[in-house]
Design a protein around this ligand. Structure first.
Ligand code: CAO
Length: 424
């Protein structure tokens, strides 16, 4: 038994933000029916193709455990089928450009008329306001949500981060909204509309930077390296390089091999509670009591010197040796892991966070499994569907089409050519 067993999802999502959300719902046990344009499908199927003729990793890694139906929602028979899907499903998830569903003839009002219990969940770039009509991609959201202006080094341009906080981050927000609405429906009997704007999701993840914005109004941000370096603050939260976001100073430091390995680095936090142990490890025992070094406040204007000395030590060790020495002492450190190291990590494989999956067109590939672990709802990662792989199955089993009616629908051009599954 899976947590969301019996829940049916009409998955009208594409690219990354929406598919991340519906993939989680599928992993939690929902029956996720991905509706795709006949012959075309989700644009990511053919983006960044690495195996000619096969669905890309971009698509496969975001669409596990789903079923695919080809459906032209702008054709009359397509609309008939879509209406039946709305009648049958508990949740509709979409991340079309603003207004696209209305243009198809499926406004929220119409959807509620068809099924008052349905939860309609949408990702849009912006919430209501002057930008609500914009099409938005990951990096636009990172920029508009405060992440870019606060990422990078003070003397460099704003930076976007590799973590897809705009797309996958918003997918997570949407997913929480959906299960919350589902829970409320248990009591109210009514569906509702769930909206997760990408800008808002990024702002939520940048909460501590908005905290700092308001602290800045009453004085300099003393834990930022900039303060110790005597550089004046402007009127907005600055980029803080690799400074830690909390009250304990932290930096990324070189480790043994950094000259040739771009990831031979460690994060190192000079947490106040373990200052004495840090002094012992780096062989500066007098710093424990020395004037100007003994208390966190005193150290703020000497962070460059202190981290410079710690780095002299970390450069004599590999990032894993730093971890092995510091961990037992409760000194917070973290190796900078490359994507290669993560994919090869036995521990992550053992927990199902990194998994290998077989695919009939592309063979075996590695993917990220479910990052959320439920003790009573285990996740089995199943390959993504081929385009229209389940069209006939869904028409028959979910919507009850049979005989001449099924022939009519298939012959209408609304559902593409019925597919045969490639031999597995
Ligand atoms: N049958 C018929 N038509 C279909 C269809 C189907 N099964 N599926 C989609 N379409 C149509 C849509 O109705 C739309 O038609 P109109 O323009 O006539 O309304 C058209 O396909 C294009 O849809 P779109 O505008 O959503 O797609 P796009 O590639 O132009 O834009 C994106 C992509 C992501 C910028 C846009 O969808 C968007 O802003 N989404 C919301 C924000 C978001 O999720 N962004 C993150 C994406 S991940 O980086």
């Amino acid at each position: 038994m899976k947590a969301l067993e019996g829940v049916k999802v009409l998955d009208f999502t594409h690219v990354q933000s929406g598919p991340t959300c519906t993939q989680l719902l599928a992993w939690f046990g929902a029956d996720v029916i991905k509706v795709e344009r006949p012959g075309v499908g989700d644009a990511t199927r053919k983006q960044l193709v690495d195996v000619p003729g096969a669905d890309s990793l971009y698509f496969t890694m975001l669409n596990h455990n789903k079923r695919s139906i080809e459906l032209n929602s702008k054709n009359e028979t397509g609309k008939e089928i879509l209406t039946k899907l709305i009648e049958t499903c508990d949740i509709l998830v979409e991340n079309f450009a603003p207004g696209a569903l209305d243009r198809m003839g499926f406004s929220w009002e119409r959807i509620q008329e068809i099924n008052p219990r349905i939860i309609m969940a949408s990702v849009k770039g912006f919430g209501p306001g002057k930008y609500e009509d914009c099409k938005v991609y990951e990096n636009v959201a990172q920029c508009a949500g405060g992440a870019a202006s606060t990422t990078g080094f003070r003397d460099g341009p704003p930076l976007v981060t590799g973590a897809q906080i705009g797309d996958s981050g918003t997918g997570l927000h949407l997913c929480l909204g959906i299960v919350t609405a589902l829970y409320q429906r248990e009591k109210s009997g009514r569906g509702q509309k769930v909206l997760a704007p990408m800008q808002d999701g990024v702002i939520n993840l940048c909460r501590v930077k908005l905290r700092d914005q308001q602290r800045l109004e009453v004085g300099p941000l003393k834990e930022y390296s900039q303060f110790g370096e005597g550089v004046e603050f402007g009127d907005a939260t600055p980029r803080a390089g690799n400074d830690s976001g909390g009250g304990q100073p932290g930096r990324i430091l070189k480790c043994k091999g950094w000259e040739t390995d771009p990831n031979a680095y460690t994060y190192f936090i000079t947490q106040a509670a373990v200052w004495e142990k840090i002094c012992d490890v780096i062989d500066e025992p007098e710093w424990k009591t020395k004037d100007g070094y003994a208390t966190p406040g005193d150290r703020l204007d000497k962070l460059n010197e202190i981290f410079g000395r710690i780095e002299e030590w970390t450069m004599t060790k590999t990032k894993f040796e730093v971890m092995d020495i510091c961990n037992p002492l409760n000194i917070p450190v973290g190796p900078i892991l490359s994507t290669k190291e993560i994919i090869e990590d036995e521990g992550l494989r053992a927990t199902g966070t990194i998994v290998d999956v077989d695919h009939p067109e592309r063979g075996r590939y590695t993917t990220v499994g479910c990052p959320i672990k439920l003790s009573d709802s285990p996740v089995d990662v199943e390959r993504s569907p081929l385009l229209g792989e389940h069209t006939v199955e869904i028409l028959q089993q979910v919507l009850g089409y049979a005989g001449e009616d099924l022939e009519r629908v298939i012959g209408s051009g609304a559902v593409g050519e019925p597919k045969r599954v490639a031999a597995e």
